[in-house]
Design a protein around this ligand. Structure first.
Ligand code: 13P
Length: 277
């Protein structure tokens, strides 16, 4: 599905918001660019106006756009974006389909609202709720079973980066968090260095290229052709001021944005930078 006729070099098809690139073997493939906004534990009814603004501002060549509000706002967010290309996702789900799990939400419940994505394995869940790679993998499988696309997050800590362990740590996280059977349709991978989240610190472009190229290689080795189409997002202090530079990296297919996704005036320039990349 992601292979099309051979073309001589990487190019972009703006009308589709899609990158057409060439593998080392000469095959061409497409990955639709994606910007996802993670509202975390922010927002209320009032923030739906921002979604209304975003809904009305998207052009035909916009990348895929997903907003992940807190679960109680999912239905309102679906209503606020109705008729627009903006999709809605949850921020986490339980691995089980139902049962005595007070405070948790099943993937099917998220899907029932009309949402199409769910984030799993965010570092704020891994650290704050002691979630292991195995838990994250089970959650991704639960997301798939409910028909949702799982955005699987991985990323190294400050100490791991300082210890020169980044590549090994995130390769291990990817392999252990990614279920067998991952495809371009059911999975997106987000690389979010923990030290870059909400701090204003961002890896250098060279560091982002290094990690994303390594992750692409891991996906190809593990999944073969399917690894070509899985989108890799960068997350951690993405702002209107740095988005264009980050999107220069060939294996960055978009961004997972926290703080700057809360206001249309901040998120729209990031969407535009991705569309132009
Ligand atoms: P910030 O963009 O606020 O750094 O958050 C990134 C993030 O954690 C998105 O999931």
């Amino acid at each position: 599905m992601f292979r099309v006729a051979r073309r001589p070099s990487a190019t972009t098809i703006p009308m589709l918001g899609t990158s057409l690139k060439q593998t080392k073997k000469g095959h061409m493939y497409m990955r639709r660019k994606l910007t996802a906004g993670n509202w975390k534990m922010n927002g209320n009814r009032g923030l739906m106006a921002e979604l209304g603004t975003l809904s009305g501002s998207q052009s035909a060549d916009a990348p895929e756009i997903v907003i992940c509000p807190p679960h109680p706002l999912l239905t309102r967010a679906i209503d606020a974006t109705s008729g627009s290309p903006i999709e809605i996702g949850g921020q986490d789900c339980h691995a089980a389909t139902k049962g005595a799990y007070t405070g948790d939400v099943a993937a099917s419940m998220i899907a029932e609202t009309g949402a199409t994505f769910v984030i799993v394995g965010h570092s704020e869940r891994r650290d704050g709720h002691s979630e292991s790679d195995e838990t994250v993998r089970s959650k991704a499988e639960a997301a798939w079973a409910a028909g949702l696309t799982a955005i699987i997050c991985i990323g190294e800590s400050d100490a791991e980066r300082a210890g020169n362990d980044t590549l090994q740590i995130i390769a291990e996280q990817l392999q252990a968090s990614l279920p067998d059977g991952a495809t371009a349709e059911n999975t997106v991978v987000a690389y979010e260095p923990i030290w870059a989240i909400g701090t204003g610190k961002v890896p250098t472009l060279a560091q982002i290229i290094e990690t994303h190229d390594m992750l692409r290689g891991e996906l190809l080795t593990r999944l073969g052709d399917a690894g070509t189409g899985i989108r890799l997002l960068y997350g951690g202090s993405v702002k209107p001021t740095n988005a264009a530079e980050i999107f220069q990296a060939e294996n960055v297919d978009g961004a997972l944005v926290g703080g700057a996704s809360l206001k249309a005036a901040d998120f729209q320039p990031i969407i535009d930078a991705l569309a132009a990349s």
